[in-house]
Structures are given as structure tokens and as C-alpha cells.
Design a protein around this ligand. Sequence first.
Ligand SMILES: [Fe+2]
Ligand SMILES: [Fe+2]
Length: 360
Amino acid sequence: MSQVSRRTLILTDDMDRGERLVRNLGADETVQLHDLYGDDAPLAGAALIISDVSALTSESVRRLRHALAIARGPDTPFLALIHGSLDRGEIQATALGATRVLPASAANAQLLNVVAGLRKEGGAARPPIRGDLHNQAAAAREVFATIFRADGPPNVATLESGATLVNQAIRETKIRDWLAVVASFDDNTHRHCLSVGGLAADFARTLGLNETDSRYLVKGALLHDIGKAKIARAILNKPAPLTPEERREMDRHPVIGHAMLINGNYDPLTLAVVRSHHEYLDGSGYPDGLRGQEIPDLVRLITISDIFAALIEARPYKAPKPAREAYAILKAMGPKLDGDLVRAFAAVASACDMPRHATA
Ligand SMILES: [Fe+2]
Ligand SMILES: [Fe+2]
């Protein structure tokens, strides 16, 4: 355990320069070098994170933010080494939540001094948790936007990193805070799918699901409305209720989404989430009018999270319902939903019910 807690993670855009930095830090350090442009996600649990990125372009900042959201724990200090203009770099590094900045050209003795100090102080100088939540939500949104922009089946690794971000955020923060941050997003579908993802992650926690099942559920939540990627934006973002004709078009999204994923690397249960999340146990849902046992548990969990999310979301033509009222509507749906799961969802719903965060 002490081995893990001493690990330093270096985020770099140049592995050769990163190797030099590893050598400069000395042999007694356990250092993990992470290529920002590589395929793997960095490991969580480092005692210290150092970024060494030559140019903070919008792409490298996006990648840094993404890596930090995955790897940085609540008490992990983050040292940003700045190349080029210190002023500009310092602003960017502060926006990323850096605990300290240092010119990359600093003498090695100074670097070792700062590193030793950060290890001693831990994350004491870190910005408050709220800033981290915004970073995590922004990173999750970027991942989701990539998934949703996809013409065909989204990349499985991208979806995995989205699930990691949402699961980690919900572990470290309260669902109501996640929902408040996500509610500020300007795109209906980003807002909705990231809300459903957060609710699903919290539902998984409430049900005591293990990490694998929880990730599986969150991945389903992020994907469930993927078919909306092919629905006209004028309908998706219409600032008024849909006409019957527009509603019919919108209701094609489960079938469209299923067709998008069928040739990708997706398992039957995930395909069922996408196709069947608007089915009801009494057979009154769509697109296939499935009943009871024909609807798998995973789909039932997503359906409950999905309906609840839609009720508590604001739309230009509809005020958000308070969580308590939204839960009462879920309960009143009776035989359409799985009663045991709706009862279990009570804990998630009540954790969302904090009026003081309603406008955060
Ligand atoms: Fe849907
Ligand atoms: Fe949905």
C-alpha cells in the first residue's frame, strides 16, 4: 500500500523528455510515465501528478483534463511544468486545477525541492472539490460528445473512459451536485445522457453492484439514446413540445440506435438497453411492445433512471420537477415499471432532492 501511495504519475506529450524527467526525479521514486497521446488510460491512485506538456494547445489541454479527471484523487497534488510563456501557461495550468506551477527550465534541485514540498503538503493547496467536479463533468461531456458525434458504432474504449469518468465522479461527490453541474450544459442530449449516467452510477452504488456491473450500467446509460444522433437537431432541440408527427420521428431513436450498434462490438444486453429502454412491463411501451420477463433487469434499471432524469430536467417549455415529485410520478406508473427497483430507487431520488442546489 505504501508503494502505491508514493507513486508519481507524469503526464507527457513527449516520451523521451518524460524519460529524462523520470531520471531527474531520482531512483527512489516510483514513477509512472503516461503518454497523453497514447491509447491507455492513466492509473488512478498516484501520490503526485506532474504534467510536462510542451505546448498547451486546446487538444493537449483536453487530453490533460481528461487524464486528470481519471487519475487525480481528492488529495492528489498536481504540479504543472510550463514550457514557453510562463504567464499564459500559468493561467492554463490554474484552470486545470494545478497545485503548483514551475518553469520546465527550472534547475533540477528546484524541481526536487518543490516535489518534496508537495509530497509533504499533499493536496492541502488544492482548489475546492467543486472545481474538480466541474473538470470531471467537462471531461465526461467531451467523451460523450465524441460518442454522440459518431456516425457508426462508437469506439468501445471511448465509452469505457466515459463510464470511468462518471463512476469516479459519483464516487467522489453527491449525485445532486453532479446533476447541478450537468444541468448547466447547453445541449439537451448531453445534459440528459450525462444525468442518466450519473443516476445509473448512483443507483448501482445503492444496489451494491460490483465495479464491473456498475460500469456496465453506466455504459448503457451513456449509450441509451445514441439513436438521437440521427434525429434532426431541429426536433431534438425544439424549444416547444413536439407535434404528433415530430413525436413519431423522435420515437424512432431506439430502433435507429440499435441499428447503429448492431455491427459494432456490442453485446446483446447493451443492444437491448438501446432498443428497449422505452418498453414497459405491461406491454404498453415501444418499439416492440415487450412485456415482463422479455425486458432484462439492466434495461429496467436504465428505464427508471431515464424517466426520472427526463422529469427533473429543465426544457425551454417545461420547468424541472423537484425530485420528490418526479419520484411520485415513477411510483404512480405502477405495473409499467419494476416495483422492487422503483422502491430501491427511492434512495437515489431523495439524494437528488436538495432545493438549495437547484440553480447551481
Ligand atoms: Fe430514449
Ligand atoms: Fe433517454
